[in-house]
Design a protein around this ligand. Sequence first.
Ligand SMILES: [Zn+2]
Length: 127
Amino acid sequence: MRVKCNACGGVYDDVLPDGLQYFHRCPPLSVAELKQAISDGRLQLPPAHQALVDAATSYDAANPPKPDQAPRLEQVLATFVVERKGARNENVVAPTARDQPAAIAAEGAGVTTLDASATPAVPVLRG
Ligand SMILES: [Zn+2]
């Protein structure tokens, strides 16, 4: 069955072409997603992280990066691991009692079933 993750937009099949099951886990926010969420005010960073962002922003203003350099702000944001809202984690958690079924770690925002012939499979790999 091909599905689309409602949290990260990842499209994947629950069974891979080689027959193995695939258990999706949403990746943390990317640098671009972090920059957007911070500028939109949707993400409140812990004070220590916000101080790093402020220092990097000031550094970039005083020392504009050369064309072949990543801005200091992006270098700092790349070190942050921020899980997305509604993150899904299909990794199986062992049951805590006999006769209980195994469950996925987090349903998150859920998935939307897709027509397998309409959308090419794009495996989402956790980096
Ligand atoms: Zn996802």
